[in-house]
Design a protein around this ligand. Structure first.
Ligand SMILES: O=C(O)C(=O)C[C@]1(C(=O)O)C=C[C@@H](O)C=C1
Length: 368
């Protein structure tokens, strides 16, 4: 009996300490929010009409500093996630951002948007990648988030093709580990006759579906969230989608993490009217769209300036130009910001060697 009350006292002591810390934290977070309001006033006075409240290079600098200073016991990713949300709320005080994503609600693209901007932005589900570009170009949304490549299935060509004609720039990138789950209104795997999902997700779970649901029809639909929405209306159907979709459409998860490749990751791009300023520490990337003359060694000539200036290329993708004049265009990612002197020089040389040359944007490597 005595022992129990001693334990109770100890628990009360720690909880009282937690209550006091929470109040201190609240005071500090509120003070931080007031600082963000001051920043907004300073920016408005300095920039006039076209104020850029959202500053990706500053946000990654804050998150990098927090991760480096983290004393534990919380993991670095975890503290960065907490500060991501604090900054998201502070930015919403300055100006709430409208972010378009590939809908409907519950897609991985929405999860990527929230991972990048935090929960305090307003997200808008749009039906196609083309619509996202159009809404951001028109200014009705501040930014858009679109998938660009998956580690198992390769590039999302529609996104790359949009950059050939769009004036929008790449402001940031987000990588998301993709876990697929089988979900349904029924809790009985044997009752499933149809499996809905996006074509890429069906492909990413082919092995599991062959083993566990060899007789069910696989039906490709526009997105995983649409698959979940459809499966919610059919007794003998299931969807392959993310957990968010299961929550939104109230489906039971029959099997978790059914993707064939455990490292399955999708990369998304954040698009907006302008790119990011340098975040420093060599932690920026630049994306380019290029085409060369259709002759032997054309691509080699194009890439020589990068090698000459010691700039590393992290990705190259070719796409048919669909313009007739050039056969192919190349999407190239390099390390460094376009304002870094070495990168600026290499880009100038590249510009001279290319038929088509477009900087799609410089942006910080993702912290989260
Ligand atoms: O430093 C700024 O420019 C701010 O607006 C403050 C702040 C923050 O909360 O730290 C908020 C939004 C910006 O995207 C970057 C940082």
């Amino acid at each position: 009996m005595e022992d129990k009350s001693a334990k109770g006292d100890a628990l009360d002591d720690v909880r009282n300490r937690i209550d006091a810390i929470d109040l201190e934290l609240l005071g500090l977070i509120s003070e931080r929010a007031r600082c963000a309001q001051q920043v907004a006033h300073i920016k408005t006075a300095a920039d006039g009409g076209q104020v850029q409240f959202y500053r990706p290079e500053r946000e990654v600098a804050v998150l990098r500093r927090i991760k480096a200073a983290n004393p534990g016991p919380l993991d670095g990713e975890e503290v960065a996630r907490l500060f991501r949300e604090i900054m998201s709320a502070c930015l919403a005080l300055e100006r709430p951002l409208n972010v378009a994503f590939l809908g409907p609600a519950g897609t991985f693209t929405q999860a990527a948007a929230i991972k990048h901007f935090g929960h305090s932005v307003k997200t808008f589900a749009l039906a196609t990648i083309g619509e996202i570009f159009r809404e951001v170009e028109a200014g009705s949304c501040d930014f858009g988030v679109v998938p660009v490549e998956n580690s198992t299935e390769g590039v999302v060509s529609h996104t790359l093709d949009m950059f050939m004609t769009s004036p929008l720039m790449i402001t940031g990138e987000v990588s998301l580990r993709i876990h697929h789950h089988l979900m349904s209104v029924t809790e009985d795997l044997c009752a499933i006759r149809t499996v809905y999902s996006h074509q890429q997700s069906l492909a990413q779970c082919r092995g599991w579906l062959d083993r566990h649901l060899p007789n069910a029809d696989r039906v490709a639909v526009g997105s995983n969230a649409e698959a979940a929405r459809t499966a919610a209306t059919e007794e003998d159907a299931a969807a392959v989608a993310g957990l968010q979709a299961a929550e939104i459409y109230r489906l039971a998860v029959l099997a978790e993490r059914i993707e064939d490749e455990p490292g399955n990751t999708t990369r998304f791009l954040v698009i907006g009217p302008q790119d990011s300023r340098p975040s420093g520490q060599g932690q920026d990337k630049t994306s380019l769209l290029l085409s060369c003359r259709n002759q032997a060694g054309g691509l080699h000539t194009l890439l020589t300036p990068l090698a000459a200036h010691g700039i590393s290329m992290t990705r190259i993708e070719s796409r048919p130009s669909r313009r007739g004049i050039w056969d192919y265009v190349f999407f190239i990612d390099i390390m460094g910001h376009r304002d870094d002197p070495k990168v600026a020089l290499a880009l100038e040389n590249l510009r001279q060697a290319s038929l088509l040359f477009k900087v799609l944007g410089s942006y910080p490597l993702a912290v989260l």
